[in-house]
Each structure stands twice: as structure tokens, then as C-alpha cells.
Design a protein around this ligand. Sequence first.
Ligand code: GLU
Length: 432
Amino acid sequence: MEADQPGDMTHSQEPSMQNELNPWLAAETRFNKAARLLEMDEGLQKVLRTPSREITVYIPILLDDGRLEVFTGYRVQHSIVRGPGKGGIRFAPDVSIEEVRALASWMTWKCAVANIPFGGAKGGVICDPALLSQGELERITRRYTAEIIEFLGPEKDVPAPDIGTNERVMAWLMDTYSMHTRQTTTAVVTGKPLDLGGSRGRREATGRGCMIVALQALERFGLRPENTRVVVQGFGNVGGMAAMLLARAGFKIISVIEYDGAVYNSAGLDIEALMEHAKETGSVVDFPKAENMGRDEALFLECEVLLPAAKENVITSKTAPHLRCRIVCEGANGPTTAAADEILQNKDIFVIPDILANAGGVTVSYFEWVQNRQGFYWNEELVNTRLEEIMVNGFRDLMKYSGKHQVDNRTAAYMLALDRVAFATKLRGLYA
Ligand code: GLU
């Protein structure tokens, strides 16, 4: 289960907030700032910011009750300069082309910061998986895949799970592609079930990556996990795994915030028991070993680490002034709006930006793709060691960049990414 918006303050429909909450405008704002500081040529800026390809498809599906429905799907390939397009597919009712475009560009910058050989892409289908049967979800996945099939492939574009999709969906995608190409092609998608070429450690990878960079940040503050209080917003694959791994590493998870409320325990929540409770009841609220709390109240708790791990637009110009954390570790994509960046900076909050903090998922996707192409599978220890190496290197590169250019972490991450993609673009030259 993924959290929706965390607090009532983020529900504002005021027109002034609409631009702030537009994820593509947020991506543009960060891009423009980094490009300006890099003194990047205007033409090159145009090339780098514009997606390579945007595909819209309409997916007619026979529903279980006999009705016909048409769903809308997107796949945006933002960049294929450093390697094939890479990025998840989101199934959610509020998917929009602007969101998918922003998410695709964030994948480009994320893969560049992690320094893995992929471009960036993202897909989405406007649907509510909670209201669809397994059969309906399978039909949507297969038809969506068939509609974009010529643009997919291990060397073209490699999807993965995101909000609302999972290993099961990736298996259907792999099968549909393989049936069309008349050969089993595991490397066309990552995040698959282990028995179909998935990688050990993939499910935990995004959460594990968050933990690795959070530990790096703690060192800079001279903090130890035992005296680190963490508030986790979102308890889906990313937030749930991050909370579990951080708790196992000794961190005190004092609150978990979900779409319908939050729970709090000053001594630290028993995360495994909370997971059981959420599985049984469908919610974190009313967990016997904690007290219920409002979502805003929990978001504004005093803590060392705030880990937003659900969707975009959680830390906004409305919520940011009230935060009482020292570190924000962005497990979600785009949880902080561009307007909130400056507020966090003024409050001296150390931000581990999404394009580094949540890169663990795509990094182990890269390992999965490598293993599929080699036909040789690694043990979990090797996956985790290599993940750690990439995340720590990413963190160090970021620190060097922010030090050298005297900029905040987010700006440094974008500058680093743009620099790498610009370099590859120039090396390849233009085909015309
Ligand atoms: N959806 C994940 C992300 O946003 C994973 C993407 C992938 O593994 O390709 O990073």
C-alpha cells in the first residue's frame, strides 16, 4: 500500500499551489538552475531537457462484469544517451503525462548520478489497481505492453515496477513481449519474480539504498543509529522496506505516516509487527503498540531523519516551514517541491535528493539486467555489496560536487547528472 498525500496541508487546491505541485515544472526549475550554474549552452539545454519520445496509448479492456472500458497509458523515454531507457510503470488514478514526463527525466538524472549505463524513461496507466481484479490488471498490462512493444527491448527501453505495479505485473510484461518476439527475453524488464530471472535483493533495494545514504549522512553529523529518530512517510515497498532495514540497523522509527493516518511511539515502533498489522487490517492506524496521530502532526515531529517514501509533493511551501528534522532522505520521487527547496536550505536541513536517495532500486535493476544478459545469477551478498559501493560512490560524488560548486545537495545532484549526460551527448554527437 502506498501513502497518498501525508497531511491536510498538502491538499490545498489554491491556484497559487497548482504550479508548485506540477511535477514537470518542478523538474524544469531544478534543471534550469543547474544548467545556468554549469553555464551550459542554450541549445544543449534544449536537447537535454526535451524527452526523446512520448507515447500515448489507449487500452480497450473487457471488464469482468462484461462492460468495455478504455484506459489511457503513457511511456515517456526522456533520454537514451547513456544507455537504454530505464524506469518504472505506475498504475494509479492520478497519472498524467506531466507526471510521467517528470518521472522519466528524474530517471535520466538518477541513472547518471548513480553512474549506471541507462537513460531515463517512465510509464503510467490511468487506473486504480485497488478496484481491478487480477484478470483485469493482467489484460491492461498485456495490452499496454503490446501497444508500446516496438519501443521496448533490452537495448531500447527496460521497464520496472513503480507505484501500483509489482513483480506479477512485470512477469506479464515479460511474457507478452516474449510471446511477440517468439523468444523468452528476461532482460526486457526488471523487478521480475525470482523464478523468472529477477534479482536477489531487488525488492529491498530502494529501501536498502536509502539506508546506505542515510548512514553516510549520519556520519557527517556524528550521529549513531541508536540515537537517530526517524519518521517514515509511506509504508509501501519503499517506505516499508526502508523502515524495516533502518529498524534492524538500530534506528528508532518513531512514526509511520500512511494515507489514512499515522502511528507514533517515542521508544521506536516494532516495524515487523506493524507490517503484520497493516497486512491484516489494511492500515497502520490502531496499531496496539503505538498511539494514533494526525498525518501533519507526525510529519512535523522532532526527529533526526524524515524519510518521505510515497509520492510527489509532500514537502511543500506549506509544510516545509514546520519540519523539525535534520536530514530529509527522499525515498520517493519528487517528494519536495521546488518552492520548498529554499525553505529547507534556510532551515539548514541536509537533503539527500531523490535522484540519489532512491537510486538503490534502479541500481539493482541494472544488476538484474546484467544477470539476465549473462544468464548467471549472483547471491544476495554480492548484490548488496555492489549496491553499497554504487550508493556510497554516488554520495561521495555528490558531496564533492556540492563542496566544489558551493551549492546545496539537490542543485549539486542535478549539476552532476547534467554534466554526465551532456558529456555523453557531446561524445555521441548528433545524428541528422
Ligand atoms: N520505479 C523505480 C524508480 O523510480 C525503479 C525504476 C527501475 O528499476 O527501473 O526508481
